[in-house]
Design a protein around this ligand. Structure first.
Ligand code: NIG
Ligand code: FE
Length: 389
């Protein structure tokens, strides 16, 4: 199996405190050896073993590839008009999802797949090497199952979100729709997904409905995650912790009890600043969660309605500027934090044995991701040991 050494890395984030400075396990003047799809060695450039191929990083920084643990990339159409209206003063509501449902149902499989590949490639160019993505714009048995089939062909991290909103076809029978989501739709979707998700919010699903949907999914082997407390206070976060969900996502409106529950449970708080940016909503308070001891992940929530960005560097910049995170904390949350939200130990870190997913930055350190917002700093990306960018 071919080996590659990347030398002259000005600062390498390993996310392993035993290997270097601080929580990020930072190594200066570092090298990384890749053997096949795995990291074989990390350490000082001066001690790097000889290998078949040598890549000189010329003083660039290196970080683990970003782990984007929350996106909605199986869709058709866009919502430019809705965004324009919002920027003229209208507020965001879950109702806009219906526009994308109509466009997605009308699209061919090939069109959906081409759109997904476009955004996966866009994210990869910006350093994302693991991309979770969801269904949720089909809302029929056939359309949800096909969204998951399309997603599963291109990522291992696939989430069944039949409970995004009550399907317009069931507008007068929400209980009937919950029966569909927990019955025939779950039967058709469970084989293609790893996770089950629900949008727990006014205008979508209440706490009892969310509990029924997540419990039914768990009984079929899907691990719960949840859209919680995005637009208002509600039961989502507490439910997530009670059910042992992997992640509670958004966490914008939290009571002290919600923060305590996250700090004391094993559910990761996944913050999605692209959504607050694009809906002009209040920022989630990352500082409050970190100070309480919660595990925080950062993700894009890339979708055509509330957050049409695939850029993890952009989310890092927002989290540092507006959510009280330090650049080190934001980098950790966008890599190791995302891995924790996906219950993965093979990604989000650069230590011997982990998957060789890394990005080089045209910058002397990862801090520049927040210090130089909007600048395309990712200059090379390896995924599973393969140079992709
Ligand atoms: O995570 N909150 C629910 N779902 C998406 C928005 C989807 C849409 O507006 O199309 C979100 O923000
Ligand atoms: Fe979302």
């Amino acid at each position: 199996m071919a080996t590659t050494v990347i030398t002259n890395i000005s600062s390498l984030v390993t996310n392993d405190p035993s290997l270097g400075e601080g929580t990020l396990g930072l190594i200066r003047d570092a090298a990384v050896v890749i053997d096949g799809d795995r990291v074989a060695w990390v350490g000082d450039t001066s001690k790097a073993p000889a290998t078949d191929n040598r890549v000189d990083a010329e003083g660039r920084a290196a970080i683990p590839g970003f782990v984007d643990s929350h996106s909605h990339l199986v869709f058709a159409g866009d919502r430019t008009a809705e965004f324009n209206a919002r920027m003229s003063g209208q507020s965001y509501s879950a109702g806009g999802i219906r526009t994308t449902v109509a466009a997605t149902r009308a699209a061919t499989d090939a069109a959906l797949e081409a759109n997904l590949l476009r955004y996966l490639r866009e994210a990869l160019r910006q350093g994302t090497t693991t991309q979770e993505t969801k269904s949720g714009y089909g809302l029929t048995v056939e359309d949800e199952a096909r969204a998951l089939r399309v997603a599963a062909a291109h990522t291992d991290e696939v989430t069944y979100l039949g409970a995004h909103i009550v399907s317009p076809d069931y507008a007068d029978d929400p209980a009937g729709y919950v029966g569909l989501v927990t019955g025939p739709m779950l039967d058709a979707c469970a084989p293609h997904a790893r996770w089950v998700d629900v949008f727990c919010e006014k205008g979508a699903f209440d706490g009892d409905q969310a509990r029924a949907i997540l419990t039914a999914g768990a009984a079929r082997g899907l691990i719960p995650r949840i859209h919680a407390n995005q637009l208002s206070h509600g039961p989502g976060v507490q439910l997530a912790v009670e059910l042992g969900a992997a992640s509670a996502d958004h966490c914008t409106h939290l009571t002290d009890a919600d923060v305590d529950a996250l700090a004391n449970g094993r559910t990761v708080a996944t913050l999605l600043p692209g959504a607050e940016f694009s809906t002009r909503a209040q920022w989630p308070d990352a500082r409050r969660l970190l100070d309480a001891g919660a595990t925080v992940a950062l993700s894009t929530d890339c979708n055509p309605g509330s957050s049409f960005t695939s850029s993890m560097p952009f989310c890092i910049a927002l989290a540092v500027r507006d959510m009280g995170m330090t650049p080190d904390e934001a980098l950790w949350s966008a890599t190791a934090g995302g891995a924790a939200a996906l219950r993965r130990t093979d990604i989000g870190h650069l230590t011997p044995g982990t998957r060789a997913d890394l990005a080089l930055l045209d910058a002397p350190s990862h801090v520049h991701l927040a210090y130089r917002p909007g600048v395309p700093l990712v200059s090379a990306v390896w995924r599973a040991g393969v140079r992709e960018v």
